[in-house]
Design a protein around this ligand. Structure first.
Ligand code: F6P
Length: 371
């Protein structure tokens, strides 16, 4: 059999471990021939590839990023010379030219959708769940998340000592897109006093009161861990209302106005963490500083847990392909690698359920969730 591998979406620790796991199992256990496409779906379109033999995969287990390169290109809306075009047909031509029996797409939510699109167009596709956001449906966990948790938790640990010394509020923004896994996990592991996640819109006064209560109890410093997707109750309500107008209004004028305001709201979110810090300073009269962890959370050596997860899922992927399985994501459920139909994954996001044990733990500890 011949298989191709590509990595798409934001890079994530563990991608190379997964490539190695797939490749080694494919070659050693099943005698397959393996190639990698460069820069996500763009490489599949442009037929830019390399042979993934044992030499090419040697030493990559601990390397961060992806040896294949990545991009956020979509097969159905590929930017070609400034024009968006559907390049699905060209990708199928590349697939057929290499006589591939499967293409393995390593990626997050967007990649699962793109992979389903290719599967519906006739390609045999298998995916793996990769993202630091941990928001892919159908799997217990995604690789990249554990490493990002380690990095964010270490940052919160370090911010604690400076917050404590200066009697300050430190607002630390972590990634996670529209899911609060990373903020909640690292906030709990790092002992944050306030954790704000997208799933629970916050009241700024409730956050300020919790900080003032800590001050009154003798702790004049606080760590606020905020997910990049978190928003105030007012912001969330306006957004929901505008989306409803955009979806249902009979008036074109109202729909256009809603779209315009939604764009403004999105831009306001880019500055939301600084706004939160300013609002907390005003309300508590404590000094506040902002730390935005950004892409540092995605970089560098994958943690042992991510290497293990990616290797487990990668090797299982080769076995599933050898068994003729396709149109699936190889998910992690407990210690098992489980095939999940792509239709059950694509278009679904796994956000933090409001009754999740991590939320209960936070409440039991007295951590403010801003609600
Ligand atoms: O999906 C992973 C992620 O790191 C998100 O947490 C974040 O919102 C986004 O990617 C950032 O994307 P980019 O690297 O394209 O700026």
């Amino acid at each position: 059999m011949n298989i191709g591998i590509l990595t798409a979406g934001g890079d994530s620790p563990g991608l190379n471990a997964a490539i190695r796991g797939i490749g080694k199992a494919a070659i050693r256990s099943h005698g397959m021939s393996v190639i990698g496409f460069r820069d996500g779906f763009r490489g599949l379109m442009q037929n830019r590839h390399l042979r993934l033999d044992s030499d090419a995969m040697s030493g990559i287990l601990i390397a961060g990023g992806t040896i294949l390169g990545t991009s956020r290109d979509k097969p159905s809306r590929m930017n070609v010379g400034g024009v968006e075009m559907d390049m699905t047909g060209i990708m199928i031509e590349t697939y057929e030219a290499h006589h591939l029996d499967a293409v393995v797409c390593l990626g997050g939510g967007g990649t699962q959708k793109n992979a389903l699109h290719l599967a519906e167009a006739g390609m045999k596709v298998v995916t793996l769940p990769k993202t630091i956001d941990n928001d892919v449906a159908g799997t217990d966990i995604t690789f990249g998340f554990a490493t990002a948790m380690d990095i964010a938790t270490e940052a919160i640990d370090r911010l604690h000592s400076t917050a404590h010394s200066h009697h300050r509020i430190i607002v630390v923004e972590v990634m996670g897109h529209n899911a609060g896994w990373l903020a909640l996990g690292s906030g709990l592991a790092g002992g944050a006093d306030v954790i704000l996640i997208p799933e629970l819109p916050f009241h700024i006064d409730a956050v300020a009161e919790s900080i003032l209560a800590r001050q009154a109890a003798g702790s004049p410093f606080s760590i606020v861990t905020v997910s990049e997707g978190a928003m105030s109750v007012e912001h969330a309500e306006e957004r929901t209302r505008l989306k409803e107008i955009k979806r249902t209004s009979d008036s074109e004028e109202d729909r256009d106005a809603a779209v315009l305001r939604l764009t403004e709201l999105k831009a306001e979110r880019a500055d939301a963490t600084h706004l939160l810090s300013r609002q907390l300073e005003e309300r508590t009269r404590l000094e506040s500083r902002v730390t935005i962890l950004g892409h540092v959370q995605r970089g560098g050596i994958p943690s042992p847990l991510d290497r293990l997860l990616a290797t487990r899922l990668g090797t299982a992927t080769a076995d599933f392909i050898a068994d003729g399985r396709h149109g699936i994501m190889v998910a992690s459920r407990g210690e098992e690698a489980v095939p999940v139909p792509l239709e059950e994954v694509a278009g679904h996001r796994r956000t933090v359920p409001l009754d999740h044990p991590w939320i209960k733990t936070a409440r039991t500890l007295g951590v403010s969730l801003g609600d």
